[in-house]
Design a protein around this ligand. Structure first.
Ligand code: 26Q
Length: 819
């Protein structure tokens, strides 16, 4: 394995030629990516094996993070960074005539997630490995990740994301570790030694085949595992389908139908829908994952009464809740435990994170569907429900209302959150405000019953991907200013505070931002053919498209700015470039209308000679992890403008803050905690507070109509949504948006917060002109962002939920140190 640039070049050239059978001048960048990727993957191999050995030898509890989503993005750059060979490889490749950044673009984004929850899982894996914790991911290897978004005539069009087309250099298929998952069938019972034994017959069997992806820790030689499961048919064409003729086609049909289980990721992150295939996916993950956890545990030859000491299963929202009845099933039906013993093990093994406040997103499955698809699991859930309700009745005699509210099965629905809380020893929210809402409102009954079970773990992001990898120039400036300790201890970023007003540091920080803006500007030029003024404020809103995230508030404000310039052409405003990136769920009509509106606004303001030098709008298509890595470092302003009480945490807010953007935001989710460390000096707060929002809700809302009638600017903008004019050309109209605001009384308080938002934006425009002031605020943001590093979050999970310690990598057998 290479240790310096020269032998890297040597080894790489050999591989490249060996792999392609071509001469150096004939190879393509695609070839370079494939050869480099496989070379690095192999380099990881020995550390991977050694890490597993170390974990087993040290006997520490193993954490399994179960998630339906892992939005990991590209791995090449990050793996090089964490292995400590990024500069060697960049320079070596450079000398061979290739630009590493260009080569990285050949890797497909692993888009196995919708948004925040999926990306959080990926950030956590990075922190787990980097801190040396034995923590592994369990997920699904979707054949198609989140759809690719194209914008055509201003509308979102979805294309399939076949990310595996060119293969995946990082994964290792493990045929030796495949397991069976059973669907359908009927449960039979018989007595064995005076005990009832249950067995499912006539079920459909699906193979779950694991593909393991290494998760490389930062300069610590640790390599953890992300295990992604793929569904394959377990049928044998000759045995089960009689071989030849039409039966062969029956076999192919069957095979295809089985394999749909891991075919695609559901592209919706908000509206719960009781789709059978989704339930199949959830059980597929849970059953395969739990079986593999058990197999690994079995190798230790310990009694199952020690399972909870050796194994922690963490569930990312309720989507993997079926691990609870599945582990019960295995312990009782396969390992011979009685109910109480099995429950004692399960309820000391599982912990649960809630990510949602929106009630329409709470998972509930029709009882009937679970009963048919998962008959044995259903029996166990039924029994759990009966025991839970029995216990509640004892605890709250006569309070039948409370028992029905809290039941796991109620009105023909299985409530996954209730099952998850009952079966977990820890339940956490993802920001302080969110956890308070869970305790005092959303899950109040459960908090009263189990006060010690609830806790907060404010989200965090990996500074390795989001600062060091995405923004190497900023990394450099920080290194030269405060040294490099922050890389292993991100709260050391705080040291930057001393330099907030240092002229030299300020200059460097401004220079980095400008360079990043130029890079994004050239991307925009390539995509949109428009040259962007890099002296303008880059004002960024990137996140899923949702009514509660209020991209509409941003859009209406841009329309208003346009109107003001048109009315008073000499108006002094600081030039702005508004940048949006957002995917809408394919069936979310209103969200798609908002995308169209933003594109109409872009069309008008970017082409009007009176506005185009002061106002630009770009909707960048296909927002994804890799696009985020281009946008985030270039942002001046971060839009975090959800209706107070609706955003559980937000994590984009943290990424932008860490890259020196200033936030315009409401007191919602983790913004509250950002504000606690930044104060008014470092953040632009606006809008209703959660108490005010709740008061309005209790009193039946506010009057959107009254604001429309009294605020001329608002009236004008709203009328422009439905009248021919700059934003509705050729007979278009945004009727549904208009009516959601006026006829349906503006559920998300867009009009109510409009004036306050516009004021905050005006202040931003003024402050930006004072570049010393602005840069000091920007440095303050970077300095305070260490608190939102995922390493801090993972340490809290490790000590307060899982009770685990980092492994001692130095003492392990096998390879040592960092080569
Ligand atoms: C559920 C059932 C069927 C199909 C899809 C789903 C589904 C999928 C994804 C439901 C929800 C999600 C994703 C939710 C999510 O991303 N929530 C976000 O989590 C972040 C990390 O904690 C927070 O920062 C965000 O505030 C929260 O919105």
């Amino acid at each position: 394995m290479f240790t310096n640039k020269e032998n890297f070049k040597q080894e790489f050239k050999q591989r490249l030629i060996g792999k392609t059978g071509r001469q150096m001048h004939e190879v393509t960048e695609d070839d370079v990516y494939a050869a480099l990727g496989s070379m690095i993957r192999e380099r990881i191999g020995s550390d991977w094996a050694a890490t597993n050995r170390a974990y087993t030898e040290q006997g520490e509890r193993q954490v399994y993070y179960f998630s339906m989503e892992f939005l990991i993005g590209r791995l090449l750059g990050n793996n090089l960074l964490n292995l400590g060979v990024l500069d060697t490889v960049r320079e070596g490749l450079g000398e061979l005539g290739w630009d590493l950044e260009d080569i990285e673009e050949y890797e497909a984004d692993a888009g196995l997630g919708n948004g925040g929850l999926g990306r959080l899982a990926a950030c956590f894996l990075d922190s787990l490995a980097s801190l040396g914790y034995a923590g592994h991911g369990n997920g699904i290897r979707y054949k198609y990740g989140l759809f690719e978004q194209k914008i055509i005539d201003g509308h979102q069009v979805e294309l399939p994301d076949y990310w595996l087309q060119k293969g995946n250099v990082w994964e290792v298929r493990r045929d030796d570790k495949k397991v069976n998952v059973q669907f359908w069938g009927n449960v039979e019972s018989h007595e064995v030694n005076g005990r009832l034994v249950y067995e499912t017959q006539n079920s459909e069997t699906v193979w779950a085949v694991p593909y393991d992806v290494p998760v490389v820790g930062y300069e610590n030689s640790a390599v953890n595992t992300l295990r992604l499961w793929s569904a394959e048919s377990a049928a044998n064409p000759a045995r089960d389908f009689g071989g030849a003729g039409s039966n062969y086609y029956n076999f192919l049909d069957y095979k295809r139908s089985v394999e749909t289980v891991s075919e695609f990721l559901y592209p919706d992150d908000s509206n719960y829908e009781g789709k059978l295939l989704r339930l199949k996916q959830e059980y597929f993950l849970c059953s395969a994952g739990v079986q593999s956890v058990i197999r690994t545990f079995d190798k230790l030859h310990l009694p199952y009464t020690q399972l909870a000491e050796r194994v922690a299963i963490h569930i990312n929202d309720t989507h993997p809740t079926l691990v609870i009845p599945e582990l019960m099933r295995i312990l009782m039906d396969e390992k011979g435990f009685g109910w109480e013993e099995a429950w004692d093990i399960v309820s000391h093994t599982v912990s649960y994170t809630n990510h949602t406040i929106l009630s329409e997103a709470l998972e509930m499955w029709p009882e009937q569907m679970i009963r048919e698809l998962l008959p044995r699991v259903y029996m166990i859930i039924e029994e759990l429900n009966a025991r839970f309700c029995g216990m509640l009745l004892k605890q709250y005699p006569g309070d039948q209302d409370r028992v029905s509210r809290m039941a796991i099965i109620e009105s023909g629905q299985v409530k996954m959150a209730h099952l998850a809380i009952y079966g977990s020893y820890s339940v956490n929210g993802v920001a302080a405000l969110h956890t308070d809402i869970l305790k005092n409102r959303e899950m109040k009954d459960f908090y009263e019953l189990y006060p010690d079970r609830f806790n907060n773990k404010t989200n965090g992001i990996t500074h390795r991907r989001w600062l060091m990898h995405a923004n190497p120039d900023l990394e450099n400036v920080i290194d030269h200013t405060i040294g490099t300790a922050w890389k292993k201890q991100p709260d050391q970023l705080n040291e930057l505070l001393k330099y907030a007003n240092d002229a030299v540091v300020q200059d460097k920080i401004r220079h980095v931002k400008l360079k990043n803006k130029e890079r994004l500007a050239s991307y925009i030029y390539k995509k949109h053919g428009v040259s962007v003024d890099t002296n303008s404020i880059f004002d960024v809103q990137v996140k899923r498209l949702h009514a509660y995230k209020r991209q509409l508030l941003n859009a209406l404000h841009i329309m208003d700015l346009y109107n003001r310039i048109k009315e008073e052409p000499s108006l002094e405003i600081t030039p702005r470039t508004f940048i949006f990136g957002a995917k809408a769920a394919p069936g979310y009509y209103m969200a798609k209308q908002i995308i169209k509106l933003i594109n109409n606004i872009a069309q008008t303001v970017n082409n009007d000679p009176q506005t185009k030098d002061r106002l630009n709008v770009f909707f960048l298509e296909n927002y994804s992890v890799s696009l985020a890595e281009k946008i985030v470092p270039a942002a001046d302003v971060s839009e975090q403008i959800s209706t107070a009480g609706k955003e559980a945490s937000g994590t984009g807010n943290m990424k932008l803050m860490m890259n020196g953007a200033l936030t315009v935001g409401t007191l919602d989710g983790a913004n509250v905690e950002m504000y606690e460390s930044l104060g008014d000096e470092g953040m632009y707060l606006f809008g209703l507070r959660i108490e005010e929002v709740e008061k309005y809700y209790r009193e039946g809302g506010y009057s959107a109509q009254a604001i429309y009638n009294s605020d001329e600017r608002v009236k004008k903008v709203l009328d422009q949504l439905i009248q021919p004019g700059p934003f509705c050309q050729n007979g278009q109209s945004f009727d549904p948006i208009y009516h959601s605001l006026l006829s349906h009384n503006d559920e998300y308080f867009v009009l109510r917060d409009f004036a306050s938002y516009a004021d905050a934006q005006t202040q931003i425009g003024l402050d930006y002109q004072d570049s010393k002031l602005w840069t000091s605020k920007s440095i303050l943001n970077i300095a305070k962002s260490g608190r939102f590093a995922g390493d801090r979050t993972i340490k809290e999970y490790a000590t307060e939920i899982w009770g685990v310690n980092p492994a001692n990598m130095a003492s392990r057998s096998g390879l040592q140190g960092n080569h």
